[in-house]
Every structure is written in structure tokens, then in C-alpha cells.
Design a protein around this ligand. Structure first.
Ligand code: SF4
Ligand code: SF4
Length: 315
């Protein structure tokens, strides 16, 4: 095995793929009643085995597996959260975009052709249920054998229409809904529709996870000047959002905050242009080898805890 890549590539690509592989195995059993039960006491042992497999996949079998990729299919949202980590409320409302099916297909085809497996595909916004073409996108992605699982992240303020319910039901072995639960925030009492949403999902045998969010971190956007390199590297190493790589409007960014900063011209654009690049596969390998991205140089991370989903203008 000729292992020529850096420690960063090993951690960001090899280990992340192995962790996602393990996470998916566990979810398959717990949520979908498929596969084998994994004894939590044996998690580390299995992870080491998956790391070995992933090294073999990449260096010997020449496979490129993507641990997780998000498609941001709309920057429209039903909420206006002050501390939105995607800075959605800061994007000019007139410039908020919605991906249509034909663009989704274009980006998805280009991306999936360049890789061998996508362990987790995430449909995200904004609020993805606002996009009327979501069912078509799900159908198209779910039919692709390179995709292991599809997760839709919703804020629980919308109900799926019958078209979406039918698609979710049809692919209920591959797609699940992740519902962020902000109900500890009293100002959202009249907007959150969990009860009805869960009823609909259960009635249609659609898998879901409702995740309580009690605490968020204050969001401070970007600094005007770049932070020194040692601080940036540390931020990047400790930032969980480095896993939230996303595609929007044909470009791939390290996370949704980076997308917003790029669109607001806060720093130089170092996103991958997935449509115009001549070698997306190589670009992705380089991407996973980077110790930080341009956005991270300017990104302000704050550890002050705040209530989740506090709204701007009492909306
Ligand atoms: S619900 Fe999510 S995407 Fe919408 S504004 Fe709040 S944090 Fe941002
Ligand atoms: S820009 Fe970089 S440091 Fe900031 S949240 Fe995104 S990945 Fe983390």
C-alpha cells in the first residue's frame, strides 16, 4: 500500500469515511431493522477495521468515497434565526435562491460521476420542504446506487404535501427526515408543527429522527481581516462543520457559512466549481487534503451559548 497522503487527508477523508460507515451501519439496524446489531463496546474495534478498509479502498482499489455531501436546495426559510449558522437571514431576500430539478440533476450527475460512493446525501436549506421540486430530486438521487442514505433536514414548521409523502414512503429504506426540535423556544410555539408532522410520517411508515436542540452558539459571521494561520488551523481542526460540505449553485464549499461568506464577497472564492472543473475527482482529493479553507481564515467562532432559533424582528 503506497500511502502518500497527509495526516489531514487521513483524518478528514479516511477516518471520516470509516466513522460514517459505522454510523450508517448502526442507523441501519436501529432505524431500518437491517444488518447486524453493533455492540457499542466493540465500536472502536470495528472503526479500526473500517479505517483499514477505507485505506485499501483508496490506495489499492482507487475508490473515492464521500462521507457526507449536502445539497442546499433553497436559501429560503420559514424562520429568521438570529444565530443561523448558514447566515440565511443575512442573505439579501431578493437573492435567495431555489435549486430547480434540472440544476439539481446537472450538479448531482457531475458529482456522482466523479466519485464511487456517497455515504450520506443531505438535502438542506434554508427549509428544504419549501422547494416544490424536492420529491423529483429525492426520487432521482434514491435511484442512484452510489448513494447509501439520504437525510432531509427540516425545522419542523412545514408539513410534507402528498407528492413528497408518496416519494418518502416509496424510498423509506433509504431516505429519512431529521427534524430539528426548537420547541424550547416559546416564540416558535405557533409555528412548529411537530405533532401533525410525526403523525403523518408514522402513518406513512417514513423514518424520522426528532432531535431536541436546547443550546446554540452565538453566530458572529466573518472578520474583515484574516486570522493568523496557526489560529485558523486550530479552528478548522476543532470545527464540526468541516463535515458539512455543501453544493449550491454548482459550487462546493466547506460549509454553509462559507457559502454565505463567499456570496457576500467576504473573502476570495476558493470553492470548487463542479460544473466547469476538468477533474472533479482530483479537486475533491485536494479538498480533503486542505488544512483549512479561505472562509476559515475569516470565520469568527464563538462559544457563548444562546437559546436555539431566537428570531430576528420577533418573526
Ligand atoms: S431554521 Fe435553520 S436555515 Fe432557517 S434561519 Fe433558522 S437556522 Fe437558518
Ligand atoms: S468557515 Fe471553516 S471554521 Fe468556519 S464554520 Fe465553516 S468550516 Fe468551520
Amino acid at each position: 500500500m503506497n500511502n502518500t497522503h497527509s495526516e489531514t487527508f487521513y483524518n478528514r477523508y479516511i477516518v471520516e469515511n470509516a466513522k460514517q460507515h459505522l454510523g450508517i451501519d448502526m442507523m441501519r439496524f436501529l432505524m431500518f431493522k437491517e444488518g447486524k446489531f453493533i455492540n457499542p463496546m466493540k465500536k472502536n474495534e470495528i472503526l479500526q477495521q473500517y479505517i483499514k478498509e477505507e485505506l485499501d479502498n483508496f490506495y489499492n482499489k482507487k475508490l473515492l468515497n464521500i462521507p457526507e455531501i449536502e445539497f442546499c436546495i433553497t436559501t429560503k426559510c420559514t424562520l429568521q434565526c438570529k444565530d443561523c449558522c448558514a447566515l440565511i437571514p443575512q442573505l439579501d431576500k431578493t437573492k435567495r435562491s431555489e435549486m430547480n430539478f434540472s440544476d439539481f440533476k446537472l450538479y448531482f450527475d457531475k458529482f456522482s460521476a466523479a466519485v464511487d460512493t456517497i455515504r450520506l446525501l443531505v438535502m438542506i436549506g434554508g427549509e428544504p420542504l419549501m422547494n416544490p421540486e424536492l420529491p423529483q430530486m429525492l426520487e432521482y438521487a434514491a435511484e442512484n446506487n452510489k448513494i447509501d442514505f439520504i437525510k432531509i433536514i427540516t425545522n419542523g414548521t412545514m408539513l410534507p404535501n402528498s407528492n413528497l409523502l408518496n416519494t418518502l414512503k416509496k424510498y423509506n429504506k433509504k431516505i429519512y427526515l431529521y427534524i430539528s426540535n426548537y420547541s424550547c423556544n416559546p416564540e416558535l410555539k405557533n409555528l412548529i408543527k411537530h405533532e401533525k408532522l410525526l403523525e403523518l410520517l408514522d402513518e406513512n411508515q417514513i423514518k424520522h429522527q426528532k432531535v431536541d436542540e436546547w443550546v446554540w452558539l452565538e453566530e458572529h459571521g466573518f472578520s474583515k481581516a484574516a486570522f493568523p494561520e496557526n489560529i485558523t488551523k486550530d479552528k478548522f481542526k476543532n470545527c464540526f462543520r468541516t463535515k458539512c460540505t455543501q453544493i449550491i449553485n454548482g459550487k462546493l464549499d466547506i460549509c454553509s457559512k462559507a457559502t454565505a461568506g463567499r456570496e457576500l464577497n467576504m473573502f476570495e472564492d476558493d470553492s470548487i466549481d463542479i460544473i466547469n472543473t476538468t477533474n472533479l475527482r482530483n479537486d475533491l482529493i485536494e479538498f480533503y487534503s486542505k488544512e483549512y479553507l479561505k472562509a476559515c481564515e475569516y470565520c469568527i467562532l464563538c462559544d457563548t451559548k444562546v437559546s436555539p432559533a431566537l428570531q430576528i424582528n420577533n418573526k
